[in-house]
Design a protein around this ligand. Structure first.
Ligand SMILES: *Cc1c(COP(=O)(O)O)cnc(C)c1O
Length: 514
């Protein structure tokens, strides 16, 4: 299987794709064709455990790795030490025909662990296969959850260093402490004065800065990305949609071949794109329901065919979705256009220059055939957290609540009540302040003492916080520097230089083989 950029012709293998991250032309990589899983293939997936399912899906996308190699990575990435749920990605009934796909049982309590626990294995193995000896410097822009998941995945992985930028004051206190307390010799964390889009745009500019790249090469280093623009971030997420469908069949809730809808709380469009690839690859998915918060640029786009980021940016209670430039949408546009590079270049140029673009009627019809978009503001999100808890005793985080609300709107508006998988993307304990306010109705709950909030949420709901979060109580913050987006290059240079003496063999890998 070979990979191509959305913007120019030319192909490369999976290993080079993973090392490179973003294409040199600024485009994103996609496989030249989408592997198809027949009903028999799906039945086979249903008969094995999560690591095998992941390895089977990955091996169809990345033939440069053997099934045995991928099974080895998946077994270690999804081991019980890292993921606290036995099923890894459990599917549980919510009410009626709605089910929650719980994607938050990994070490950082959000779905990004699915990709970022296995990406270090894929990346280090890719470097070996490519005989690439430089140290990989991973730059990450985060809206809250990616940063921690990437730090946790790459901590002390030989041959790699990782630097994370998060928007100051725009993530939850728990998310911030998770990152600033990160251990490891090869890690760095900066807050930036700006929002996620500023951070992401600056990181993309650094990747495109040829002079900086040349300097890096001269010192035996090269940049890569752990954001969902990297194909290695996306492909492991395809696996859990296959897995969820198989689980529903195994639980007797659907028959093999029945159509299911999927609802995804969406920011950078990575997670829902993974579901779309699963649909193209034979998984019987009907509609993909894209749920946004007040930053509803995506639901507007799906409704109208016009993408327009020129609008007010809101800081919401679902911060991982506070995004106005959804990078992975470029991959969807490429597929909808029939892989038309010229068309993509026109759209992306318009996005760069005007902050907007309009797709043609053919593309819009195709888009609306597979997708439906809706949004929920903070008040609706809070009301949904409370109602779901009162009605079903399920405690959901604000991102999941956005998805549940939009699901309900979808059913009301379309009458389509097919069995549905709702991606539950984070632990409610990661957003204890918001969840507690929603459930108790008390608005005067302060956000600053995360750990007394966790204890109060445990008492109020008679549930237990993940130890990955409660255990942070005795951790100290190691990182506190704040930089302007314009100074990110300088900050990276400073960090790389300060630790210029860093030698990978001085730090034995935290886990063997990484
Ligand atoms: C990252 C994130 C999202 C958005 O996912 P995308 O792949 O960026 O669309 C939603 N919910 C949570 C909890 C997240 O961490």
């Amino acid at each position: 299987m070979r990979y191509e950029s959305t913007r120019t012709t030319g192909k490369m293998g999976a290993t080079e794709t993973i090392i490179t991250g973003i294409a040199q032309d600024g485009g994103l990589f996609l496989p030249e064709s989408i592997p198809f899983f027949s009903k028999d293939d799906l039945t086979a997936l249903g008969g094995v455990g999560y690591a095998e399912r992941a390895a089977l899906v990955l091996s169809r996308y990345m033939s440069e790795f053997s099934y045995e190699e991928l099974l080895d990575y998946a077994t270690r990435a999804y081991a019980s030490g890292a993921f606290t749920a036995e099923e890894v990605a459990p599917v549980r009934p919510l009410y009626g025909k709605a089910h929650l796909l719980e994607l938050y049982h990994g070490p950082t309590c959000a779905f990004k662990d699915f990709a970022l626990q296995i990406l270090p294995y894929l990346l280090t193995a890719s470097l070996k296969k490519q005989k690439e000896e430089s140290t990989v410097v991973i730059l990450v822009a985060t809206s809250g959850d990616t940063g921690k998941a990437a730090l946790e995945g790459f901590q002390d992985v030989p041959g790699t260093r990782i630097c994370v930028f998060y928007p100051e004051g725009a993530i939850s206190p728990m998310q911030e402490l998770q990152m600033t307390s990160q251990q490891g010799q090869n890690v760095m964390v900066y807050a930036i004065r700006g929002n996620f889009d500023d951070a992401q745009t600056a990181v993309k500019q650094i990747f495109a800065d040829e002079a900086f790249q040349a300097d890096m090469r001269a010192s035996g280093m090269r940049f890569s990305s752990a954001n969902s623009i990297n194909w290695g971030r996306l492909v492991p997420q395809i696996a859990y949609y296959y897995s969820a469908y198989c689980d529903l069949v195994n639980q007797g809730r659907i028959a093999m071949g029945d159509i299911c809808n999927v609802v995804v709380p969406t920011g950078n469009f990575g997670n829902i794109l993974a579901a779309y690839l699963a649909k193209l690859g034979g998984l019987p998915i009907g509609r993909l329901i894209c749920a946004s918060n007040s930053n509803n640029v995506l639901s507007d786009f799906i409704g109208t065919g016009t993408y327009d980021r020129n609008r007010k940016f809101y800081v919401t209670t679902s911060p991982s979705m506070d995004i106005l430039i959804s990078s992975n949408l470029e991959r969807l546009l490429y597929l909808l256009s029939g892989r038309d590079h010229a068309k993509l270049n026109v759209l992306m140029q318009s996005l760069r220059e005007q902050g907007s673009y309009i797709i043609d009627d053919v593309m819009r019809a195709q888009l609306q055939d597979s997708f439906w978009g809706g949004c929920a503001d903070d008040a609706e999100t809070a009301a949904t957290i409370r109602r779901v808890f009162e009605d079903t005793n399920a405690l959901i985080d604000p991102h999941t609540a956005v998805a549940v609300k939009v699901y309900e709107d979808y059913v009301k508006e379309t009458g389509d009540d097919a069995p549905t998988i709702i991606a539950s993307t984070a632990s409610p304990y990661k957003f204890a302040d918001t969840v507690l306010r929603a459930i108790t109705g008390k608005q005067d709950i302060a956000s600053n003492d995360s750990f007394s909030l966790i204890r109060e949420l445990e008492r109020t709901t008679n549930s237990e916080a993940p130890t990955a979060l409660s255990g942070l109580a005795d951790k100290q913050a190691r990182f506190s520097e704040v930089v302007n987006p314009d100074d990110m290059r300088a900050a990276i240079r400073r960090w790389l230089k300060e630790e210029g003496e860093y030698e990978i063999h001085h730090h034995a890998g935290r886990r063997d083989g990484r």
